[in-house]
Write a protein that binds this ligand. Sequence first.
Ligand SMILES: C[S@@+](CC[C@H](N)C(=O)[O-])C[C@H]1O[C@@H](n2cnc3c(N)ncnc32)[C@H](O)[C@@H]1O
Length: 290
Amino acid sequence: METLEFSGEEILFWRKKLLSNGGRAVDLDWLLDLGGGLQWGELQKLLIDPSQSLTLDQSLDYLASLWQEHIDKQIPLQHLLGRCPWRDFELEVSSAALIPRQETEILMELALTRFDKNFLGLWADLGTGSGALAVDLARSFPHAEGHAVDCSQAALSLASRNLKRLAPLSNVHLHLGSWWQPLRPWWGKIGLVLANPPYIPTAVLNRLDPIVRDNEPHLALCGGPDGLNAFRKIIGRASKAIVNNGWLMLEHHHDQSDPVLELLIKAGFKDVCYAKDLDGIKRFALGRNK
Ligand SMILES: C[S@@+](CC[C@H](N)C(=O)[O-])C[C@H]1O[C@@H](n2cnc3c(N)ncnc32)[C@H](O)[C@@H]1O
Protein backbone atom coordinates (compact mmCIF):
# COMPACT_ATOMS: atom_id res chain seq x y z
CA MET A 1 0.00 0.00 0.00
CA GLU A 2 1.27 3.49 -0.90
CA THR A 3 2.15 5.70 2.07
CA LEU A 4 2.24 9.50 1.91
CA GLU A 5 4.13 11.73 4.29
CA PHE A 6 2.58 14.86 5.78
CA SER A 7 3.73 17.36 8.36
CA GLY A 8 1.72 17.46 11.59
CA GLU A 9 0.77 21.10 10.93
CA GLU A 10 -0.57 20.14 7.51
CA ILE A 11 -2.81 17.41 8.93
CA LEU A 12 -4.10 19.59 11.79
CA PHE A 13 -4.81 22.52 9.43
CA TRP A 14 -6.67 20.16 7.07
CA ARG A 15 -8.68 18.76 10.00
CA LYS A 16 -9.61 22.22 11.32
CA LYS A 17 -10.60 23.44 7.87
CA LEU A 18 -12.90 20.46 7.21
CA LEU A 19 -14.54 20.72 10.63
CA SER A 20 -15.24 24.42 10.12
CA ASN A 21 -17.79 23.34 7.46
CA GLY A 22 -19.68 21.04 9.83
CA GLY A 23 -19.56 17.44 10.95
CA ARG A 24 -18.29 15.88 14.16
CA ALA A 25 -14.61 15.70 15.09
CA VAL A 26 -15.11 12.13 16.32
CA ASP A 27 -16.29 11.10 12.82
CA LEU A 28 -13.48 12.88 11.01
CA ASP A 29 -10.94 11.26 13.34
CA TRP A 30 -12.58 7.91 12.64
CA LEU A 31 -12.11 8.57 8.88
CA LEU A 32 -8.47 9.53 9.41
CA ASP A 33 -7.99 6.28 11.30
CA LEU A 34 -9.89 3.80 9.14
CA GLY A 35 -9.45 5.54 5.78
CA GLY A 36 -6.04 7.09 6.28
CA GLY A 37 -4.38 4.72 8.74
CA LEU A 38 -3.73 7.47 11.30
CA GLN A 39 -4.58 5.82 14.60
CA TRP A 40 -6.44 7.76 17.28
CA GLY A 41 -3.44 7.58 19.65
CA GLU A 42 -1.12 9.02 16.99
CA LEU A 43 -3.56 11.86 16.36
CA GLN A 44 -3.68 12.67 20.08
CA LYS A 45 0.14 12.86 20.14
CA LEU A 46 -0.01 15.13 17.11
CA LEU A 47 -2.46 17.46 18.84
CA ILE A 48 0.08 17.85 21.66
CA ASP A 49 3.14 18.07 19.42
CA PRO A 50 2.34 19.14 15.83
CA SER A 51 6.04 19.34 14.89
CA GLN A 52 6.29 15.64 13.94
CA SER A 53 5.55 14.32 10.46
CA LEU A 54 3.38 11.30 9.79
CA THR A 55 2.52 8.90 7.01
CA LEU A 56 -1.00 8.22 5.76
CA ASP A 57 -2.32 5.44 3.53
CA GLN A 58 -4.36 7.91 1.44
CA SER A 59 -3.97 11.48 0.28
CA LEU A 60 -5.66 14.22 2.30
CA ASP A 61 -7.50 15.25 -0.90
CA TYR A 62 -9.04 11.81 -1.22
CA LEU A 63 -10.08 11.72 2.45
CA ALA A 64 -11.50 15.26 2.11
CA SER A 65 -13.59 14.15 -0.87
CA LEU A 66 -15.10 11.29 1.20
CA TRP A 67 -15.75 13.69 4.08
CA GLN A 68 -17.48 16.19 1.77
CA GLU A 69 -19.71 13.44 0.38
CA HIS A 70 -20.57 12.39 3.94
CA ILE A 71 -21.50 15.97 4.88
CA ASP A 72 -23.27 16.99 1.65
CA LYS A 73 -25.21 13.80 0.97
CA GLN A 74 -25.52 12.56 4.57
CA ILE A 75 -24.02 9.18 3.72
CA PRO A 76 -22.44 7.19 6.58
CA LEU A 77 -18.65 7.08 6.41
CA GLN A 78 -18.87 3.30 6.83
CA HIS A 79 -20.81 3.08 3.55
CA LEU A 80 -18.33 5.35 1.77
CA LEU A 81 -15.41 3.19 2.91
CA GLY A 82 -17.37 -0.06 2.62
CA ARG A 83 -16.04 -1.31 5.93
CA CYS A 84 -16.52 -1.02 9.65
CA PRO A 85 -14.42 -2.25 12.57
CA TRP A 86 -16.40 -4.32 15.04
CA ARG A 87 -14.98 -6.31 17.96
CA ASP A 88 -11.54 -7.50 16.80
CA PHE A 89 -12.25 -7.63 13.05
CA GLU A 90 -13.32 -5.43 10.16
CA LEU A 91 -16.61 -6.17 8.41
CA GLU A 92 -17.64 -5.33 4.88
CA VAL A 93 -20.72 -3.11 5.18
CA SER A 94 -23.21 -1.69 2.69
CA SER A 95 -26.74 -0.35 2.47
CA ALA A 96 -27.90 -4.00 2.33
CA ALA A 97 -27.76 -4.27 6.13
CA LEU A 98 -27.52 -2.34 9.36
CA ILE A 99 -24.08 -0.94 10.17
CA PRO A 100 -23.16 -3.01 13.24
CA ARG A 101 -23.33 -0.90 16.39
CA GLN A 102 -20.98 -0.77 19.34
CA GLU A 103 -23.68 -1.77 21.85
CA THR A 104 -24.22 -5.03 19.99
CA GLU A 105 -20.67 -5.95 21.03
CA ILE A 106 -22.12 -6.22 24.55
CA LEU A 107 -24.65 -8.81 23.37
CA MET A 108 -21.69 -10.89 22.23
CA GLU A 109 -19.93 -10.33 25.56
CA LEU A 110 -23.03 -11.62 27.35
CA ALA A 111 -22.79 -14.83 25.36
CA LEU A 112 -19.08 -15.17 26.13
CA THR A 113 -19.68 -14.95 29.87
CA ARG A 114 -21.93 -18.03 29.65
CA PHE A 115 -20.31 -20.11 26.90
CA ASP A 116 -16.65 -20.85 26.23
CA LYS A 117 -14.67 -21.96 23.18
CA ASN A 118 -15.47 -25.61 23.93
CA PHE A 119 -19.19 -25.08 23.26
CA LEU A 120 -20.17 -27.97 21.00
CA GLY A 121 -23.85 -27.27 20.51
CA LEU A 122 -25.89 -25.28 18.02
CA TRP A 123 -26.16 -21.50 17.98
CA ALA A 124 -28.42 -19.20 15.98
CA ASP A 125 -28.19 -15.54 15.02
CA LEU A 126 -31.69 -14.33 14.11
CA GLY A 127 -31.65 -11.28 11.80
CA THR A 128 -27.96 -11.60 11.01
CA GLY A 129 -27.66 -8.49 8.78
CA SER A 130 -23.97 -8.01 7.96
CA GLY A 131 -23.23 -11.21 9.88
CA ALA A 132 -21.40 -9.35 12.68
CA LEU A 133 -22.67 -11.61 15.47
CA ALA A 134 -22.46 -14.75 13.32
CA VAL A 135 -18.80 -14.05 12.48
CA ASP A 136 -17.95 -13.53 16.14
CA LEU A 137 -19.92 -16.59 17.26
CA ALA A 138 -18.17 -18.69 14.61
CA ARG A 139 -14.74 -17.46 15.69
CA SER A 140 -15.50 -17.80 19.41
CA PHE A 141 -17.05 -21.28 19.24
CA PRO A 142 -15.01 -23.08 16.57
CA HIS A 143 -16.46 -26.53 17.36
CA ALA A 144 -20.11 -25.45 17.35
CA GLU A 145 -22.59 -25.46 14.47
CA GLY A 146 -24.04 -22.07 13.58
CA HIS A 147 -27.24 -20.93 11.86
CA ALA A 148 -27.69 -17.36 10.69
CA VAL A 149 -31.13 -16.24 9.50
CA ASP A 150 -32.34 -13.15 7.67
CA CYS A 151 -35.36 -12.39 5.50
CA SER A 152 -33.26 -10.13 3.26
CA GLN A 153 -31.28 -11.88 0.50
CA ALA A 154 -29.04 -8.82 0.14
CA ALA A 155 -28.14 -8.97 3.84
CA LEU A 156 -27.48 -12.72 3.66
CA SER A 157 -25.12 -12.26 0.69
CA LEU A 158 -23.19 -9.65 2.68
CA ALA A 159 -23.10 -11.94 5.75
CA SER A 160 -21.89 -14.79 3.57
CA ARG A 161 -18.96 -12.72 2.24
CA ASN A 162 -18.03 -11.63 5.77
CA LEU A 163 -18.19 -15.20 7.08
CA LYS A 164 -16.08 -16.55 4.19
CA ARG A 165 -13.39 -13.92 4.75
CA LEU A 166 -13.38 -13.70 8.57
CA ALA A 167 -14.34 -17.21 9.67
CA PRO A 168 -13.39 -19.35 6.66
CA LEU A 169 -13.29 -22.68 8.47
CA SER A 170 -16.51 -22.23 10.36
CA ASN A 171 -19.54 -24.47 10.22
CA VAL A 172 -22.22 -21.84 9.66
CA HIS A 173 -25.40 -22.27 7.62
CA LEU A 174 -27.20 -19.26 6.20
CA HIS A 175 -30.98 -19.32 5.87
CA LEU A 176 -33.35 -17.01 4.02
CA GLY A 177 -36.65 -16.72 5.86
CA SER A 178 -38.47 -15.32 8.85
CA TRP A 179 -37.02 -15.81 12.34
CA TRP A 180 -37.44 -19.45 13.45
CA GLN A 181 -39.24 -20.72 10.35
CA PRO A 182 -36.15 -21.82 8.33
CA LEU A 183 -34.67 -23.46 11.44
CA ARG A 184 -37.58 -25.87 11.91
CA PRO A 185 -35.38 -28.99 11.37
CA TRP A 186 -33.22 -27.89 14.33
CA TRP A 187 -36.03 -26.92 16.71
CA GLY A 188 -35.47 -28.28 20.19
CA LYS A 189 -31.70 -28.52 19.69
CA ILE A 190 -30.44 -24.93 19.66
CA GLY A 191 -28.38 -24.04 22.75
CA LEU A 192 -27.69 -20.34 22.24
CA VAL A 193 -29.65 -17.73 20.33
CA LEU A 194 -28.66 -14.10 19.82
CA ALA A 195 -30.89 -11.55 18.14
CA ASN A 196 -30.74 -7.84 17.58
CA PRO A 197 -34.09 -7.48 15.82
CA PRO A 198 -35.64 -4.31 14.34
CA TYR A 199 -37.13 -2.45 17.31
CA ILE A 200 -37.76 1.18 16.39
CA PRO A 201 -41.48 2.05 16.78
CA THR A 202 -42.98 3.13 13.43
CA ALA A 203 -43.76 6.65 14.66
CA VAL A 204 -40.16 7.16 15.79
CA LEU A 205 -38.67 6.15 12.40
CA ASN A 206 -39.27 9.56 10.83
CA ARG A 207 -37.60 11.28 13.74
CA LEU A 208 -34.38 9.27 13.39
CA ASP A 209 -31.24 11.07 12.31
CA PRO A 210 -31.56 11.28 8.48
CA ILE A 211 -28.17 9.61 8.09
CA VAL A 212 -29.67 6.49 9.69
CA ARG A 213 -33.22 6.79 8.35
CA ASP A 214 -32.20 7.39 4.73
CA ASN A 215 -29.30 4.94 4.47
CA GLU A 216 -30.04 1.89 6.56
CA PRO A 217 -32.71 -0.65 5.53
CA HIS A 218 -36.13 -0.07 7.11
CA LEU A 219 -36.38 -3.84 7.45
CA ALA A 220 -33.50 -3.60 9.93
CA LEU A 221 -35.05 -0.73 11.87
CA CYS A 222 -38.83 -0.86 11.90
CA GLY A 223 -40.33 -2.82 14.78
CA GLY A 224 -44.01 -2.03 14.16
CA PRO A 225 -46.34 0.29 16.09
CA ASP A 226 -44.77 -0.29 19.52
CA GLY A 227 -41.43 -1.60 18.27
CA LEU A 228 -42.09 -5.05 19.74
CA ASN A 229 -43.38 -7.02 16.72
CA ALA A 230 -40.17 -9.00 16.25
CA PHE A 231 -39.86 -9.75 19.98
CA ARG A 232 -43.36 -11.24 20.06
CA LYS A 233 -42.51 -13.49 17.13
CA ILE A 234 -39.05 -14.50 18.35
CA ILE A 235 -40.03 -15.09 21.99
CA GLY A 236 -43.35 -16.69 21.02
CA ARG A 237 -41.64 -19.67 19.36
CA ALA A 238 -38.42 -19.67 21.38
CA SER A 239 -39.36 -22.32 23.92
CA LYS A 240 -40.02 -24.81 21.07
CA ALA A 241 -36.81 -24.01 19.21
CA ILE A 242 -34.34 -23.75 22.07
CA VAL A 243 -33.08 -26.78 23.96
CA ASN A 244 -33.84 -27.07 27.71
CA ASN A 245 -31.56 -24.69 29.62
CA GLY A 246 -30.51 -23.02 26.37
CA TRP A 247 -30.17 -19.23 26.31
CA LEU A 248 -32.01 -16.54 24.39
CA MET A 249 -30.26 -13.16 24.42
CA LEU A 250 -31.89 -10.10 22.87
CA GLU A 251 -30.95 -6.49 22.22
CA HIS A 252 -33.79 -3.94 22.39
CA HIS A 253 -34.53 -0.21 22.41
CA HIS A 254 -33.80 2.00 25.44
CA ASP A 255 -37.37 1.85 26.78
CA GLN A 256 -38.33 -1.75 26.04
CA SER A 257 -36.75 -3.62 28.94
CA ASP A 258 -39.96 -4.19 30.94
CA PRO A 259 -42.15 -5.44 28.07
CA VAL A 260 -39.41 -7.69 26.63
CA LEU A 261 -38.63 -9.22 30.05
CA GLU A 262 -42.35 -9.75 30.56
CA LEU A 263 -42.63 -11.56 27.20
CA LEU A 264 -39.78 -13.86 28.26
CA ILE A 265 -41.41 -14.61 31.64
CA LYS A 266 -44.81 -15.24 30.02
CA ALA A 267 -43.15 -17.65 27.58
CA GLY A 268 -41.95 -19.68 30.58
CA PHE A 269 -38.30 -18.66 30.47
CA LYS A 270 -36.25 -18.88 33.67
CA ASP A 271 -33.26 -16.87 34.93
CA VAL A 272 -34.76 -13.89 33.12
CA CYS A 273 -32.60 -10.79 33.57
CA TYR A 274 -31.51 -7.60 31.90
CA ALA A 275 -28.09 -6.15 31.08
CA LYS A 276 -27.13 -2.53 30.56
CA ASP A 277 -25.25 -0.76 27.79
CA LEU A 278 -22.21 1.46 28.36
CA ASP A 279 -24.51 4.39 29.27
CA GLY A 280 -26.12 2.32 32.03
CA ILE A 281 -29.37 1.84 30.09
CA LYS A 282 -31.17 -1.54 30.14
CA ARG A 283 -30.72 -2.67 26.52
CA PHE A 284 -30.50 -6.47 26.71
CA ALA A 285 -32.93 -9.15 27.86
CA LEU A 286 -31.79 -12.70 28.63
CA GLY A 287 -33.51 -15.88 29.64
CA ARG A 288 -33.09 -19.65 29.69
CA ASN A 289 -35.53 -22.15 28.36
CA LYS A 290 -37.09 -24.32 31.06
C1 LIG B 1 -31.27 -4.47 13.64
S1 LIG B 1 -30.76 -5.44 12.28
C2 LIG B 1 -29.47 -6.39 13.07
C3 LIG B 1 -28.40 -6.84 12.13
C4 LIG B 1 -27.21 -7.51 12.86
N1 LIG B 1 -27.61 -8.66 13.61
C5 LIG B 1 -26.52 -6.52 13.76
O1 LIG B 1 -26.66 -6.63 14.98
O2 LIG B 1 -25.83 -5.62 13.26
C6 LIG B 1 -32.11 -6.58 12.17
C7 LIG B 1 -32.01 -7.61 11.05
O3 LIG B 1 -33.20 -8.41 11.10
C8 LIG B 1 -33.61 -8.72 9.79
N2 LIG B 1 -35.04 -9.06 9.81
C9 LIG B 1 -36.11 -8.23 9.85
N3 LIG B 1 -37.25 -8.93 9.85
C10 LIG B 1 -36.89 -10.25 9.84
C11 LIG B 1 -37.63 -11.47 9.84
N4 LIG B 1 -38.95 -11.49 9.86
N5 LIG B 1 -36.93 -12.62 9.82
C12 LIG B 1 -35.57 -12.62 9.79
N6 LIG B 1 -34.83 -11.49 9.79
C13 LIG B 1 -35.48 -10.33 9.80
C14 LIG B 1 -33.28 -7.48 8.99
O4 LIG B 1 -33.18 -7.75 7.61
C15 LIG B 1 -31.97 -7.05 9.65
O5 LIG B 1 -30.87 -7.60 8.94
